[in-house]
Design a protein around this ligand. Structure first.
Ligand SMILES: Cc1cc2nc3c(=O)[nH]c(=O)nc-3n(C[C@H](O)[C@H](O)[C@H](O)COP(=O)(O)OP(=O)(O)OC[C@H]3O[C@@H](n4cnc5c(N)ncnc54)[C@H](O)[C@@H]3O)c2cc1C
Length: 477
């Protein structure tokens, strides 16, 4: 899948049908997998000569159309996955953009380090994570991934190779991180890892019977290293909004009697069988019949009572991988939503409006007969990046099944949700979004930010070579 030698013809064998993570969007594009930075430069020349645009793609784990570029070129950057330098003394690592979160933690763990910010799955690439400026279950404490970047090198469509850091090319540093691959290609990323003294976390879980209790429980856990809430958005008998909170803390030096054991990769590996019996590959197929309102209501109720009775307020040790990448327990779980797939609606509300705003979202989804089958609540803090999604408040991520029969209903519901979020001063996250339009993006980012982005784009990419379906949907009026 290397680039063609001439700009004459685009090989038909490279025409690929790409999807978003949730399998709800599909688009064809000419897919190439460059091996190094010189091939990236050739790709820009090719696109320019053919009057085509280039979309960048890491592991394709964005929920929406961030890594799709219909009918155009897409560069899959996963082959550029070398670890370039690692200093176990300082915890500073330099990687190519295709290195995944899994590769990263496996490389540094044995030396007593862990990535400071990780998403809920270990499969994304660092390039994709920096382009989205991901947050973890520790966002209010650790900030976004970009806050741990010491520097990056990027190839701009205008041909420049730049190095940016909080000191050097500072403005571009804060603009490129989080700008979804629209200003340039990260070719090398240097990050500070976090020192740890055990491969385990001390985890406690408790259930809360109301949404207020969930917000208070999460806000009251700001002394924790990680905290996350799982919301039951159906809530039989009027209990929508209740859920479980999981809090986790790193072990301090001396608390783990044998860190050399817990810091081993095999201590972290997730089991390949469910309940030690079923091959996990079967699970999405088995879950599919239960992926509906009733099935989810019963599962949520069972989870709630399990937490309320058996594990309520109990503390146990859990590996870093098991806690952070809970969703990876079931590989390909999103296939349970087939054939229509899923979209995620993650909105971020300031603390003052989060309670009323999110309660309204949950209630409205239920009233419209389209409740979310997975609701995740997190605490956030603002960050200094141009296209920041974060607020001093909370985010609620809602997963919706897409099905042809109710596609129009879902679209109408999302429009209603948008009004609530925008009026409550909310923000959105491009790694998750698949439904906003340019007017709504302008409303949440503000005119000044959109103008600044346009200015950066004109400087780094005057020919508009870097584009994606998301770019055209959200930034082209
Ligand atoms: C199960 C699951 C859980 C998740 N949990 C979280 C979470 O907790 N927190 C969170 O913040 N996110 C979360 N995400 C979202 C995910 O972290 C982001 O979508 C991330 O961007 C995916 O990385 P990727 O390598 O798959 O990139 P892709 O999805 O392939 O691409 C993402 C963006 O990066 C751009 N890009 C890719 N490589 C480069 C490069 N080298 N230079 C410049 N731009 C580039 C692409 O053009 C695109 O705009 C989750 C996703 C899944 C599937």
């Amino acid at each position: 899948m290397t680039l063609p030698e001439s700009a004459e013809a685009l090989p038909i064998k490279n025409l690929a049908r790409l999807e978003n993570f949730g399998h709800s969007l599909r688009s064809s594009a000419y897919l190439f997998a460059p091996q190094d930075a010189s091939e990236l430069a050739r790709a820009f020349e090719l696109a320019d000569a053919r009057n085509l645009s280039i979309g960048l793609r890491g592991a394709g784990r964005s929920y929406g159309d961030a890594a799709l570029n219909s009918g155009q070129l897409v560069l899959d950057l996963q082959a550029m996955n070398r670890i370039q330098a690692w200093d176990p003394k300082s915890g500073v690592i330099s990687v190519e953009p295709g290195v995944t979160i899994a590769q990263l933690w496996k490389h540094v763990l044995g030396d007593g380090w862990w990535p400071p910010v990780v998403p809920g799955t270990m499969f994304p690439t660092l390039g994709g994570c920096l382009a989205a400026n991901i947050h973890g279950k520790n966002n209010w404490l650790a900030g976004t991934l970009g806050e741990h970047v010491k520097s990056f090198e990027a190839l701009l469509p205008n041909g420049e190779l730049v190095v940016c850091s909080p000191e050097k090319n500072k403005e571009l540093f804060y603009a490129m991180i989080g700008s979804m691959g629209l200003l340039g290609i990260f070719t090398s990323i240097t990050l500070q890892m976090k020192q740890i003294h055990s491969g385990d976390l001390s985890v406690s879980a408790w259930a809360s019977g109301s949404f207020e209790g969930m917000l208070d429980g999460i806000d009251g856990s700001k002394t924790a290293d990680y905290v996350v809430g799982w919301i039951d958005c159906i809530g039989l008998l009027g209990h929508a909004g209740r859920g479980q909170i999981h809090r986790a803390d790193y072990l301090k030096m001396g608390e783990d009697p044998d860190p050399s054991q817990s810091l081993r990769i095999d201590h972290q590996e997730l089991p390949d069988r469910f309940l030690k019996l079923l091959p996990k590959a079967w699970l999405p197929l088995l879950f599919r019949p239960a992926t509906n309102n009733l099935g989810t209501a019963l599962t949520n109720t069972a989870k709630y009572w399990h937490n309320r009775t058996l594990v309520h307020n109990k503390t146990h040790l859990q590996s870093l991988v098991a806690f952070n990448f809970l969703l990876d327990y079931v590989p390909n779980w999103e296939q349970a939503y087939l054939p229509g797939g899923l979209i995620q609606y993650q909105s971020f509300l300031p603390k003052a409006t989060a309670g009323d705003g999110f309660r309204e979202l949950i209630a409205l989804c239920k009233r419209r007969g389209l409740p979310s089958y997975l609701g995740v609540l997190k605490r956030h803090r603002p960050d200094p990046f141009l296209l920041s999604h974060a607020v001093d408040g909370f985010s609620l991520a809602l997963d919706f099944q897409v099905n042809d029969r109710r596609r129009g209903d879902l679209e109408r519901l999302i429009n209603e949700l948008d009004e609530i979020v925008l009026q409550a001063g909310g923000r959105y996250y491009f790694a998750k979004d698949s439904t906003l339009n340019a007017a709504k993006v302008q409303r949440f980012l503000g005119d000044e930010t959109v103008q600044k982005l346009r200015k950066f784009k004109a400087q780094t990419d005057p020919e508009q070579l870097l584009q994606t379906d998301l770019y055209r949907r959200c930034f082209v009026n």
